[in-house]
Ligand binder design. Structure first.
Ligand code: PAF
Length: 281
């Protein structure tokens, strides 16, 4: 596995591969890799000839009071994991390489960035969209793979790619869960033993919503109320939002006549956790 830190080297590697007719797949990450990331890498392997994983903790997507400095990092462990997965290139630029002195361009995906996580993290998706646009320009993959756990992020990126005419296929990979249902996330490391148990209220409440819909419940409010009540039973859980929304526009829906996404954000101690499921009519 090659480790590349400089943009010009990444570009020239990509250019060579493309000229040789190879199909490139990018998995963008912020590191501190877990099984969820490795499953994105496996998916990527099936979709092309060369797999590039980027590790870059992007300061632009953290607000000043958020956990940029404390965000978990372990480059050596990540490197070993990716080497085992036979990743071809690990792209690991510095903050100065991505945002050099004088940098001032931002990309804003207008409406999709506003609801759900956008309410408490107003600049977050601008930071995500900006860095993803840059990574796509630098690595120039044919395909890029993202996790569906970050559902709103995935929709923002799909919109960005469509609006800016990137000729890149965006793949949304299913959420990977622990055996007991907890969605894998680098931020799970913030959970202590009690918090880890409490965090199960997210997947439990999503399961409840799915089962209500299977029993024929079509009223959005009834489903959201039931999910909120389930989370409300967990004393350590601080609910931020529970929203049933259209899978593409992310606008709230009040009936389930076609697929809808139930998305939620809950804080447990200092871990802010998000999860979602698609509710079928
Ligand atoms: O999901 C993440 O890890 C990040 O938001 C991403 C897409 C790598 C952009 O920094």
């Amino acid at each position: 596995m090659q480790i590349i830190e400089r943009i010009h080297e990444m570009r020239s590697w990509s250019e060579t591969q493309r000229c040789q007719g190879r199909r490139l797949v990018l998995v963008p990450t912020m590191g501190f890799l877990h099984e969820g990331h490795l499953s994105l890498v496996c998916d990527a392997r099936k979709r092309g000839d060369q797999v590039v994983v980027s590790i870059f903790v992007n300061p632009a997507q953290f607000a000043p009071q958020e956990d940029f400095a404390a965000y978990p990092r372990d480059f050596e462990r990540d490197r070993q994991l990716l080497q085992k997965e036979r990743v071809d290139v690990l792209f690991h630029p510095s903050v100065d390489e991505i945002y050099p002195e004088g940098y001032q361009t931002q990309i804003k995906v207008e409406r999709l960035s506003v609801p759900l996580c956008g309410v408490v993290r107003p600049g977050h998706f601008r930071g995500v969209a900006t860095v993803v646009a840059k990574l796509l320009n630098i690595v120039r993959p044919h395909v890029a793979v993202f996790g569906r756990k970050d559902y709103q992020q995935l929709q923002v990126i799909r919109r960005l790619v469509a609006d800016l005419n990137y000729d890149i296929e965006i793949v949304g990979h299913p959420t990977v869960r622990e055996a007991d249902g907890l969605a894998l996330s680098s931020r799970n490391v913030y959970l202590n033993a009690e918090g880890r148990k409490a965090a199960l209220c997210l997947s439990r409440s999503l399961g409840l919503a799915e089962s209500l819909a299977r029993q024929g419940e079509k009223r959005g409010k009834a489903i959201v109320d039931a999910v909120q009540a389930e989370i409300g039973k967990e004393p350590l859980a601080k609910m931020e939002y529970v929203i049933l929304c259209d899978p593409e526009t992310l606008q709230e829906v009040d009936r389930i006549d076609q697929d809808a996404v139930l998305a939620l954000a809950v804080s447990i101690g200092k871990a802010r956790l998000i999860d979602n499921t698609v509710i079928k009519p």
